[in-house]
Design a binder for this molecule. Sequence first.
Ligand code: IMP
Ligand code: MG
Length: 186
Amino acid sequence: MSDIKTAEELNSKIKRIVVSEEEIREAIQKAGKQISDSYDGRPILLVSILKGAFVFMADLCRAITVPCEIGFMCAKSYYSGTVSTGAVKITMDLEQDISKYHVIIVEDIIDTGRTLNDVVKLLKARNPLSLRVVALLDKPSRRVVDFHADMSLFTIPDYFVIGYGLDCAEFYRNLPYIAEYGEKGE
Ligand code: IMP
Ligand code: MG
């Protein structure tokens, strides 16, 4: 069978919406305000973990009113289908010297916790002025390492989710909502 999927096959796996566009918008406005209030005018550096967090970053940075710079890192956690294999690799590093910044890591989802655990260790070793983690989604039931974000916008059960930056085999990142991936009617 061919590996190339048709639009019909891809669309048939969007099982149901878990977080709507409206819910995302409201939660980001609230988070942006909280972040802006807590930094009290001090400049910050938002560090987005690519690729999954690119959409969240774009919306969150526009809800923040303190001066802010943005940076990107690419951390790949290897997946075999929808199952994490445990290996985390930094494939693109930040360009900024973070010792001069109050840093906020912006991540799409915390699943096993391995990616953020590794990224936080790496960035802490570079002595930022402060370091916090904001995640759009949290799946606490899946943790294998003890990791807690300073802020997470939505806690979800153990679903594999797609959309709003999150992918399955690189598709679905452009969906404006977060959906469960799978066969409809399962
Ligand atoms: P962790 O290292 O297991 O916490 O995994 C974090 C990374 O795995 C995230 O940044 C996502 O890129 C990916 N991931 C985890 N759960 C999902 C999911 O449900 N859908 C899509 N990607 C996921
Ligand atoms: Mg990610």
